[in-house]
Design a protein around this ligand. Structure first.
Ligand SMILES: Cc1cc2nc3c(=O)[nH]c(=O)nc-3n(C[C@H](O)[C@H](O)[C@H](O)COP(=O)(O)OP(=O)(O)OC[C@H]3O[C@@H](n4cnc5c(N)ncnc54)[C@H](O)[C@@H]3O)c2cc1C
Length: 581
């Protein structure tokens, strides 16, 4: 048994993460049973971290009488290239309607409105109807501020700056017993026992050279899931957003996005010579889906048709400047902050890793294969298939976060589980793994991170092939071995960010291997996954999902056929095909 002294905390429901999924999980569990003891543990500060707060464009929901849930669903399936879990996608489109009403009428969000009082819904790329609800171009701040206030107003406990490091099974292995965390403020361990746990740490492809997610997101949840024996699906499906800002190498603003609504509103993407090029790649031009625009841009960048800093440009200067200032105030301000004029000039941009469509296998009620563990938000896989539609991300986290809160409360009420005795061997192993770098000589963790960013960008990025993926897997193994041998020089654990960088890298490298393993196995091109050596999309009828899990420390790959439970390739659920016109 470890000699480490571990603090304890008991709760009925433990929620990991305070994005849209985590906060909705807490609020719904509390609403279902106000007597439940609920604890949110989060790596950052509640209300100030994660990507939901960063949501710019908005929230997809079929509200307009000319739109329909079926149309939203079909856009999601077509965009996902038929790899979606159809029941999850169906639930997303249905529950989004009640969730947006809940956000406004119960939780206090104000979204932009039309003169007639209805919610304003704007165009987002890849969709057949303008259905994206928003608050200017800073929608996530509105959502997270209101959700945080509601959480603060209830007796929900908070463990802020607490990093989850391991899902701990019960001694008899039959269910989850709790989660081991590090209190980042003093570096001590805390074991939280819970009847039900929600995994909502938000994934986040932060292992790529250019990436959008917040700095606290390093795929810890997916890594913990792998260690706990859970299966991840479709990990090769990493979405690149076409318009990440290029603001120089010395600022973290580089890689962060300016929103898709700019292309939806008629923005043009230009090469380094100032020429439009997207119609070469897709008749929809800049309004094609993210995968196609990102790939077109990457191809042009590879041809060297770039601006001074290696990026391309987006411009709105041919559009009404009053409209651009009014509709995209947040984006105009952000560009100005880094020296670009969005209204009448050129803004240098690059595709940037944005979202993971893959993640933990889970059910429509958010339960997982580990009894008592529920999952929601970007940690989960299946809803979006091969390509997430802009606006379906925050819908996903809020819809399924709420479902998770309901499900956990219902499960506790039905099963009446007590708190389980944790598996001490699992606790000891996790503590030992986390403390590894303190016994080792300090090294160049940042150099290691830089190499990971480059190899993922070059070999596991927008355009892939067998040679690159094989090379990447070997390089990732080397980096993992190097990480294990690299220590942290500072012995104190108090807010030791080098130690947390080390832990971040451990999660990122493991999940990077899952991405590369699945990408090597998928020998066709689907949505965000493009294989230069298999450029065609295989037959949709025989579509399969990739599945990765960890067995004896190695990642094992398998596949399973997609279940077309609602609609088959070639069919549609849209009854009135001209409704949107
Ligand atoms: C810049 C940007 C713009 C976006 N714009 C849109 C948009 O317009 N529309 C849209 O639909 N989607 C958008 N998205 C995607 C959207 O933000 C995500 O899909 C969604 O918000 C994810 O919600 P989540 O609750 O799963 O995770 P998050 O909101 O990211 O929350 C994750 C939480 O987990 C915590 N955490 C992480 N690791 C740990 C750990 N080890 N222990 C404890 N806590 C941990 C984090 O601190 C954070 O609180 C955007 C994303 C970005 C980055």
């Amino acid at each position: 048994m470890t000699t480490e002294s571990i603090r304890h905390h008991d709760t009925d429901v433990l929620i990991l993460g305070s994005g849209g999924a985590g906060l909705f999980g807490a609020l719904h569990a509390h609403r279902a049973n106000p007597d439940l003891r609920i604890t949110i543990a989060v790596k950052g500060l509640l209300g100030k971290c994660g990507c939901t707060r960063m949501v710019q464009g908005g929230y997809n929901v079929a509200l307009n009488p000319k739109d329909s849930i079926e149309r939203h669903f079909m856009d999601t399936i077509e965009g996902g290239k038929w790899l979606n879990h159809q029941e999850l996608a169906w639930k997303l489109c249905n529950v989004a309607v009640e969730r947006i009403i809940e956000l406004e009428n119960e939780l206090g969000c104000f979204f932009d409105r039309n003169p007639d009082g209805t919610l304003h819904q704007k165009a987002f790329a890849g969709q057949t109807f303008d259905r994206t609800v928003h608050k200017g171009s800073l929608t996530g701040i509105e959502i997270i501020n209101r959700l945080s206030e509601q959480v603060w107003a209830r007796g929900i406990e908070r463990l802020e700056e607490h990093r989850a490091v391991a899902l701990i099974p019960s001694k008899d292995g039959s269910r989850i017993a709790g989660v081991l965390l590090i209190d980042m403020r003093d570096g001590g361990f805390r074991l939280v026992r819970a009847k039900a746990v929600l995994l909502a740490t938000g994934g986040g492809p932060s292992m790529y050279r250019y990436h959008t997610p917040s700095g606290d997101k390093t795929c810890d949840g997916m890594a913990m899931a792998l260690h706990a024996g859970l299966t991840l699906r479709d990990m090769e499906l990493v979405q690149f957003h076409p318009t990440g800002l290029v603001a120089g190498n010395d600022t973290r603003i580089t890689g962060t996005i300016i929103e898709e609504g700019l292309r939806g509103a008629g923005g043009h993407v230009l090469d380094g010579d100032g020429e439009r090029f997207m119609h070469k790649y897709d008749p929809r031009g800049e309004r094609a889906t993210r995968d196609i625009v990102s790939r077109g841009m990457y191809e042009e960048m590879r041809k060297g048709k770039t601006g001074p800093n290696g990026g391309l440009y987006i411009t709105m200067r041919h559009l009404d400047p009053v409209m651009v200032r009014r509709e995209f105030k947040g984006m105009v301000d952000r560009c100005r902050d880094v020296g670009f004029d969005l209204v009448s000039g050129l803004v240098e941009v690059t595709p940037t890793a944005h979202y993971m469509m893959g993640g933990v296998v889970f059910e429509t009620d958010t339960s997982t294969a580990l009894t008592g563990l529920f999952a929601a938000g970007e940690d989960t896989g299946g809803i979006h298939g091969a390509n997430r539609l802009g606006g379906n991300g925050v819908a996903n986290s809020t819809v399924f976060g709420g479902v998770a809160g309901d499900s956990m409360a219902a499960w506790i009420a039905a099963e009446k589980p007590g708190l389980a005795e944790p598996d001490q061997a699992a606790v000891d192993a996790a503590v030992t793994r986390c403390l590894t770098p303190f016994g080792r000589k300090g090294g160049d963790l940042n150099g290691l991170r830089e190499r990971m960013l480059d190899l993922m960008w070059d070999d596991v990025g927008i355009i892939r092939d067998r040679d690159g993926l094989t090379r990447a897997l070997a390089a990732l193994d080397d980096l993992s071995a190097e990480l294990e041998a690299t220590g942290v020089a500072e012995a104190s654990r108090v807010f030791n960010l080098t130690w947390h960088d080390w832990l971040n890298l451990q999660s990122q490298l493991l999940v990077s291997k899952a991405i590369a393993t699945a990408a090597l196995a998928r020998e066709d091109s689907r949505g965000a996954h493009y294989r230069a050596d298999f450029p065609e999309t295989g037959p949709l009828e025989t579509s399969a999902n990739t599945l990765v899990r960890m067995v004896d420390g190695r990642l094992v790959l398998s596949t399973a056929p997609v279940a077309f439970t609602r609609v088959r390739p070639g069919e549609t659920l849209i009854r009135d095909a001209v409704a949107a016109e």
